[in-house]
Design a protein around this ligand. Structure first.
Ligand SMILES: C[S@@+](CC[C@H](N)C(=O)[O-])C[C@H]1O[C@@H](n2cnc3c(N)ncnc32)[C@H](O)[C@@H]1O
Length: 428
């Protein structure tokens, strides 16, 4: 059987001649421009066509892309509006209507902010600094791995104080993407001379969002192959269609020269994601501790002064459908047993309401008034203990051994083997 995972020197309208089954996970493509640009081959879509014929041809191509896409699949189209005789032709929107007729569901419109353009514009116009990126899905149950692209490095300092408000995996990217257009020199070392390839980081973001390793990536207008080469670097399989053989040859040269280095860079960047895992753990730790502190404060203000200390033990994360909960054990040390049942009842009630219900914590509560049994439970941990006071739980006050517990001070009410020592100003 012929290998289909390559660039085919073939008209994109003939996708069905090459791909016979629903094997495509994602298509990322920028269609040929309408009328303006000659890509130097017969049968090209766009050049010399009228607008309706152009849109109809694109519809045929994306109908076929739809047919070979898995139910979980997505489609990214980079497309720009343009002007005719001083008027805007809203191509991205006309195009979206055509695709809806085929069955594609428009899920998102992203603005791609580009850095470079001419420093002037005609009357009634601004300098054109963006293009549209349209994101379509085949069904409502499509692959979208948002955690893969969450930003956890530039979160404001507030997550230290308000960990319950932040997704522990980081911030969701917004719908304006800023990626610089690659310069001739940076992409292709002189191989690419004819038009602007897409920025590598932007393609990487799309691939991370909608594919995993070994998935199948299609670009039906592959040009210089910037989508396909990135797919290869990131260990995805690729299929391309391109009418101009010269561009295909350039693509082959390019991957021969660069794939080894770029693939190893990809492997390194995968390892760097450990940073994200650390951040997630930290936000979860902060949540578990702050929850105990708020409970303590609430008990105090409601007059339950016989609560002396709360020990916090994080166990594991529990998934319930889309939501994840932290399983956390809270052990209360009481001065005496007098109001134990009353306290337990109150705490259960508060747990169901804000702010406690906002923490994503599935708590278990234990109560004791015997210091010995409190210590017994703690000794099972066989770890150092960190003490936090009732004012802040993002910095431990001191580290103690279990025997020192009685002397840990009146204000030092939260005890845990969780160690958090954050200086707020470092995260500003
Ligand atoms: C905007 S360019 C794609 C650029 C590409 N994304 C890149 O990064 O280099 C559109 C490409 O579609 C190709 N093309 C035009 N009509 C085609 C057709 N009917 N079938 C396949 N490719 C076609 C053109 O030769 C051109 O290379």
């Amino acid at each position: 059987m012929e290998d289909i995972f390559k660039v085919h020197h073939e008209d994109a309208r003939n996708i069905d001649k090459i791909i016979k089954n629903k094997i495509v996970d994602v298509t990322i493509t920028s269609p040929p421009y309408f009328d303006l640009k000659d890509y130097g081959s017969d049968n090209q879509i766009g050049y010399g066509q009228d607008y309706e014929a152009y849109l109809d041809d694109l519809k045929i191509v994306f109908q076929k892309v739809f047919n070979v896409t898995k139910e979980s699949g997505t489609l990214w189209v980079i497309i720009d509006a343009y002007r005719r005789e001083g008027e805007v032709v809203p191509l991205p929107f006309d195009f979206s209507h055509k695709l809806r007729e085929v069955g594609w569901k428009l899920k998102e419109v992203i603005i791609w902010g580009k850095d470079r353009t001419v420093p002037w514009a005609h009357k009634g116009q601004m300098r054109n600094l963006f293009e549209y990126i349209l994101v379509f899905s085949k069904s409502d149950d499509f692959n979208f791995y948002i955690d893969e692209v969450r930003d956890f490095e530039t979160l404001k300092k507030w997550w230290v104080k308000y960990p319950e408000r932040y997704n522990p995996k980081g911030k969701t990217p917004d719908a304006i993407w800023n990626f610089d257009i690659p310069t001739q020199g940076s992409w292709g070392n002189g191989y690419i001379r004819h038009f602007c390839p897409l920025p590598e980081e932007m393609i990487e973001q799309m691939l991370k969002l909608t594919t995993k390793e070994d998935d199948v990536v299609l670009d039906c207008f592959s040009g210089s192959g910037s989508v396909l080469s990135k797919a290869l670097n990131m260990k995805r399989r690729y299929i391309g269609f391109e009418l101009n053989q010269e561009y295909i040859d350039m693509f082959h040269n390019y991957i021969k020269e660069t794939n080894e280095e770029k693939s190893s860079k990809y492997c390194i960047s995968k390892k760097n994601r450990i940073g994200q895992a650390k951040f997630e753990k930290l936000v979860n730790d902060l949540r578990a501790l702050k929850y105990a502190r708020l409970l303590y404060k609430k008990l105090q203000t409601e007059g339950f002064k016989n609560v002396l200390k709360i020990y916090v033990k994080r166990t594991y994360t529990l998934s319930n459908g889309d939501r994840k909960y932290l399983k956390v054990k809270y052990l209360f040390l009481l001065e005496d047993r007098s109001r134990k049942n009353e306290i337990a009842k109150k705490v259960e009630d508060w747990t169901k309401k804000a702010p406690f219900s906002k923490f994503g914590i599935a708590p278990t509560y234990l109560y004791t008034h015997k210091v010995t049994s409190f210590i017994e439970i703690l000794t099972n941990e066989k770890k150092d203990l960190y003490i936090y006071d009732f004012k802040a739980t993002h910095r431990f006050v001191k580290k103690i051994k279990i025997e020192e517990l009685n002397r840990s001070g009146k204000n030092n009410v939260i005890i845990s083997s969780i160690q958090v020592d954050l200086n707020e100003s470092d995260y500003a």
